[in-house]
Design a protein around this ligand. Structure first.
Ligand SMILES: Cc1ncc(COP(=O)(O)O)c(C=O)c1O
Length: 365
């Protein structure tokens, strides 16, 4: 490591770990970008230097995620949360129903927004099981006339992840991929819209990526505020107003880093290896630790687990914190422990956590 500061074992759920190489490159370029005598943040978003960064990030994302030509890539603001609103605002017309698969708090929030705009239905829900699993594809119910079917591909809070996606035919499949985008290859052509806040696998917070099929743009509602129309942004290459320029630059650098790692197949393999060491520590503990998610639905991005003894759980979290592990407290709505092992979290950090878990068990059981 070339920096003098020791890096934390960062298991934050988001904002979360960024690749050290990207941070260091940004540091080098921070004050004087491209020999312009200015920081990128100080430049006009209409300047040639910035436009090159902007277009390069779009092109790289298209190439890396194998996005077909009939899709637009948009860089928006307002987080994934604003997409909960923009999707029904643009696509839920009076005569239609939007179907939502409920797999956790984020899908509940998405559904709540859609209810403000029109008719909604639950395509499936695993709430009764405390969101421990993803429903089977057979359980998902929707109508051929639906405006769209909405899913959350990875449930950051409960630690579950879709392994296969439903086929929805003519009905657009819409996915909130905030917490697992770019963690593995995905067949983008199955989806009408994919959206993600950047602050997990893509870069810093402030940018929201939207990947949208072009024919949907043509069918969107027109009588809505300018900034909340997808067409406003698609028609202006996401430069209708001032975009979050530094965040988009960072996103581009993260994409270069993923390319350098060997692309999404290589990243997926690394993510599997990283998650495995921690899941093994849970599974081999004879019940000292137990996972929240059912095995088939386990996320490779957010590993949620409990220490069976509640007092020991508090001690575990306190000792882990003292040992330099950051962000291991479970979300306030679920409790327990959560290790977020996004793309930029190195294998060594996951191994260190697994070893810490095994040691803690030895000392305390
Ligand atoms: C799956 C998922 N969707 C949506 C959000 C909300 O994102 P934002 O804070 O960008 O609005 C989060 C945030 O953690 C998330 O994990």
């Amino acid at each position: 490591m070339s920096t003098t500061t020791k890096r934390a074992y960062n298991f934050n759920a988001g904002p979360s770990a960024l690749p050290l190489e990207v941070l260091e490159k940004a540091q080098q370029e921070l004050v004087n970008f491209n020999n312009t005598g200015m920081a990128l943040m100080e430049m006009s978003h209409r300047s040639k230097d910035y436009e090159a960064v902007h277009n390069d990030a779009i092109a790289r994302l298209k190439a890396l995620f194998a996005i077909p030509d009939n899709y637009e890539v948009l860089f928006l603001q307002g987080g994934a949360s604003l997409q909960f609103t923009m999707i029904p605002m643009n696509f839920l017309t009076q005569d239609k129903t939007a179907s939502y698969v409920l797999t956790g708090s984020w899908s509940e929030k998405a559904l709540k927004e859609a209810k403000l705009f029109g008719q909604t239905a639950q395509a499936a829900s695993t709430k009764e099981n405390n969101y421990r699993n993803i429903p089977s594809l057979e359980e998902i119910q929707f109508n051929e006339t639906d405006a769209y079917v909405h899913i959350t591909s990875n449930n950051t809070i409960y630690g579950t992840q879709w392994k296969n996606f439903p086929t929805t035919g003519e009905v657009p499949l819409v996915a909130d991929m905030s917490s697992d985008i770019l963690s593995k290859p995905v067949d983008v052509s199955k989806f009408g819209i994919i959206y993600a806040g950047a602050q997990k696998n893509l870069g810093p917070s402030g940018v929201t990526v939207v990947i949208i099929r072009k024919d949907l743009l043509a069918s969107a509602n027109t009588n809505i505020p300018t900034m909340l129309k997808y067409t406003t942004h698609s028609e202006s290459n996401s430069l209708y107003n001032t975009p979050p320029t530094f965040g988009i630059y960072m996103l581009g650098e993260v994409l270069k880093w993923v390319e350098g790692k060997g692309g999404l197949e290589a990243i997926e393999k690394q993510n599997e290896e990283k998650a495995k060491v921690i899941y093994d520590a849970i599974d081999n503990s004879n019940g000292f630790y137990y996972g929240h998610a059912t095995k088939e639905s386990r996320s490779l991005m957010n590993i949620t687990f409990r220490v069976a003894d509640e007092e020991l759980e508090k001690q575990f979290l306190a000792e882990a914190k003292a040992a330099g592990f950051v962000g291991l407290n479970g979300h306030r709505s679920v409790g327990g422990c959560r290790a977020s092992t996004y793309n930029a979290v190195p294998f060594e950090a996951c191994l260190a956590l697994a070893n810490f878990m095994v040691d803690f068990q030895k000392k305390n059981q």
